[in-house]
Write a protein that binds this ligand. Structure first.
Ligand code: ADP
Length: 206
């Protein structure tokens, strides 16, 4: 078997695409502080080797061999068919109140927004960590403990279920914000959780 040795930059590109697929060449370039032109040869090589797959107007995907992006069911169901309403708080909300919101809304992940724009994600573990860290839950704002942009893994309405499954599995997370691009940033318009996905799969059995 021939082993391919990627350059440092190519390895970084693969990591970015794995995390953020589908992602445009412009956005990969931005994350690496390069111009789109400087990135073109690397993207061409990775696409030619079928490490990445390029879909016109959508962007680059990581091409894991055992995943069929066109799978009859998982490739056809879209985020838009699955998403539910997002539960949001602001960055000054205290972790005590965020925990209450999780119970009241019966969710395990909440999104932190400012004027509807995504700033962060708070999960059960984040709240637990903050609570056992010594501070008072009624005093600590979620802004201190949230996972923040640009680390957040998100999705958009037209992405397929297979891509969502891959994002959830690769990043070991339970929930993704559904966003729309706006001039101010990513506007949160929904949420996809493992629960959404399981109910969707269950519905197909009926
Ligand atoms: P839980 O804490 O309930 O087990 P997760 O496994 O989803 O939930 O969260 C684990 C960590 O991943 C937390 O620190 C959380 O902030 C972070 N996280 C959760 N969802 C996302 C996401 N969509 N993007 C990036 N990080 C996330």
């Amino acid at each position: 078997m021939i082993k391919i040795k990627f350059s440092k930059r190519q390895t970084k590109i693969i990591e970015i695409v794995k995390k953020h697929e589908p992602i445009t060449g412009e956005n990969i370039a931005r994350m690496l502080d390069l111009t789109r032109g400087a990135l073109r040869p690397d993207l061409a090589i990775l696409t030619m080797l079928h490490i990445l797959e390029a879909k016109p107007k959508i962007g680059y995907f990581y091409n894991k061999k055992d995943i069929d992006l066109n799978n009859k069911f998982l490739g056809r169901v879209k985020v838009n068919d699955l998403k539910s309403l997002p539960i949001v708080v602001t960055k000054n909300t205290k972790i005590y109140d965020a925990a209450v919101t999780m119970f009241v809304e019966n969710v395990g992940t909440i999104f932190v927004v400012e004027d509807g724009i995504l700033l962060g994600v708070i999960s059960r573990k984040d709240l637990l960590k903050a609570s056992i860290g010594g501070g008072k839950p009624a005093d600590i704002p979620v802004g201190v403990v949230m996972t923040r942009m640009p680390k957040i893994i998100y999705c958009k309405d037209d992405e397929s279920l297979i891509i969502i499954l891959r994002k959830i599995v690769n990043n070991e997370i339970d929930c993704l914000p559904v966003v729309e691009d706006t001039k101010k940033g990513l506007k949160v318009v929904g949420r996809i959780s493992k629960t959404n996905i399981i109910s969707c799969l269950y519905d197909t059995l009926k």
